[in-house]
Design a protein around this ligand. Structure first.
Ligand code: FAD
Ligand code: NAI
Length: 467
């Protein structure tokens, strides 16, 4: 009999934790996963990636009917009306199916789900409700939560000031919505409610949207969202939000100083970032601490400074993305099993699921220059891509950044309706150490959006064919 109840206990069943648990079980380790939510799947499946994509899809269908895109292709709809309850119902069904799927996979892999909130008793022992469980290894995969804006009280039930969770569950389309934060949540959810009829104003502290993306993408994003009818108040900060009846009064002032203005809305979405979840974990009982950003900092194998405790996902440094958490989940389980799990943190794609989508992988142009690379850039507009043109999807471009001496691809950026799918190709090419020439001489099927990647790669070395 082992001296521990389990070989591995994972805390948190998000994309990091549930994947770590499944991989550990597949590798023959006796595994448990602690989750305090009613359903498995974490932020991503319950209140993140999946419900937001369901609403993005539904609202895009509505906009295609409402704004005449379908009619242009001869699909005439009499009078387009919105049944928001049905759209929310489809979202709920997708969430139910996917979270239920994880419960099925847990059963199939004989993983014990310990229901409740876990806190450390010592480096091998967790307190979960009135029970204690021991693990030879413990993986912290507790994820992240919404960063609050001081002085602004979110009330998701009431629906006047909401965070992303409330913003996914609105029962009515607000006439006027103010989004605080022009990052990925603000633009995805702002797009949903704009398409469904809200007048959306985005207040962003910086002078550009979407920090972290390539500068050309950020510039183009501003133009595209403006063209779609979003009002952008860039370089502005929110100084106060007051609620009077069902109306919110938001006071904003230029970040660089200047006169304040007050704008009114029926719904205010606060989306200024997320912070790691470590509350109630009693990390100090295991001999652990967090850095100044509240993150747990493991080594490259995802082991913390306490050798029985590991950490992955949003609770550790790096982009807060589901696929990064998943890959770390696989790697940590492999490392616990004595294998060599690695994640290449330099090649993690990032996608904003607006219409068009915006995606990137590797270095931005500025990062490549700052890192001392002499670079060559190839750009290709989606307007010159035959499939995008045929589908009437003219917005966007592909940008490939390559090292001038070696021609190795350092980064790739796309704005296109299918950018999220297209970026996988650039990520894979980079993982294989590809040059722009490798991409340019790879045969791409015609007519596809991906041909724009081939042509951007051709543009790095000379001229593409279609511009
Ligand atoms: P989480 O998914 O946050 O899971 C952690 C789990 O741990 C939670 O279920 C929590 O209840 C549980 N937990 C925490 N503490 C304890 C404890 N002490 N005891 C027991 N259980 C505990 N990323 C993408 O890549 N693509 C997207 O399209 C995308 N869309 C998003 C949309 C929204 C609106 C939001 C909010 C996020 C989105 N993200 C997206 C980010 C993505 O959801 C996160 O990066 C991902 O969920 C992180 O996975 P994780 O396993 O680290 O943590
Ligand atoms: P974010 O970090 O993407 O954007 C927050 C924005 O708010 C920034 O532009 C910031 O400058 C701005 N901001 C901060 N304080 C402000 C203030 N007081 N007033 C005005 N603007 C302010 O954070 P967001 O959008 O909340 O998303 C959190 C995380 O969730 C993302 O970083 C991402 O990792 C993840 N996510 C990923 C998605 C995807 O992959 N498609 C979708 C949604 C979320």
């Amino acid at each position: 009999m082992s001296e521990f109840d389990f070989d591995v206990i994972v805390i948190g069943a998000g994309p990091g934790g549930y994947v770590a648990a499944i991989r550990a079980a597949q590798l023959g380790l006796k595994t448990a996963c602690v989750e305090s939510r009613e359903t498995l799947g974490g932020t991503c499946l319950n209140v993140g990636c999946i419900p937001s994509k369901a609403l993005l899809h539904g609202s895009e269908l509505f906009a295609e009917a409402q704004e005449g895109t379908l009619a242009k292709f001869g699909v005439k709809t009499e009078k387009v009306t919105l049944d928001l309850e049905a759209m929310q119902g489809e979202k709920a069904t997708a969430v139910k199916e996917l979270t239920g799927g994880i419960a099925f996979l847990f059963k199939k892999n004989k993983i014990t789900w310990l229901k409740g909130h876990a806190g450390f008793v010592d480096k091998h022992t967790l307190q979960i409700g009135d029970q204690r469980h021991t693990g030879r290894n413990i993986v912290i995969a507790t994820g992240s939560s919404v960063t609050p804006l001081p002085g602004v009280d979110v009330d998701n039930e009431r629906g006047v000031i909401v965070d992303s969770t409330g913003g996914l569950a609105l029962k009515h389309v607000p006439d006027r919505m103010i989004v605080i934060g022009g990052g990925v949540i603000g633009l995805e959810l702002g797009s949903v409610w704009r398409r469904l009829g809200a007048k959306v104003t985005v207040v962003e502290f910086l002078d550009r949207l979407l920090p972290g993306l390539d500068e050309d993408v950020r510039k183009e994003a501003g133009k595209i969202f403006k063209k779609q009818g979003m009002e952008l108040k860039l370089g502005n900060k929110v100084t106060a939000v007051a609620v009077e009846g069902d109306t919110a009064k938001v006071t904003i002032e230029p970040a660089s100083g200047g006169p304040a203005e007050t704008i009114e809305a029926d719904c205010v979405l606060v989306a200024i970032g997320r912070r790691p979840n470590t509350d109630g974990l009693d990390l100090e009982s295991a001999g652990l601490e967090t850095n100044e950003r509240g993150q747990i900092v493991p080594d490259q194998q995802f082991r913390t400074r306490v050798d029985s405790v590991w950490a992955i996902g949003d609770v550790i440094p790096g982009p807060m993305l589901a696929h990064k958490a998943e890959d770390e989940g696989i790697a940590v389980a492999e490392n616990i099993a004595g294998e060599h799990g690695i994640v290449n943190h330099a090649i993690i794609p990032n996608v904003v699921y607006t219409m068009p989508e915006m995606a990137g992988v590797g270095l931005t142009e500025a990062q490549a220059r700052d890192a001392g690379h002499e670079i060559k850039i190839g750009m290709f507009p989606m307007m010159a891509n035959s499939r995008a043109k045929t589908n009437r999807e003219p917005d966007g471009f592909v940008k490939i950044i390559a090292d001038a001496k070696t021609d190795r691809v350092l980064g790739g950026w796309c704005i296109a309706t299918l950018a999220g799918t297209m970026i996988a190709q650039i990520a894979q090419a980079m993982e294989f150490g590809a040059t722009s020439e490798d991409i340019a001489y790879t045969c791409h099927a015609h007519p596809t959006h991906s041909e724009a990647i081939k042509e951007a790669a051709m543009a790095v070395r000379g001229k593409p064919i279609h511009v």
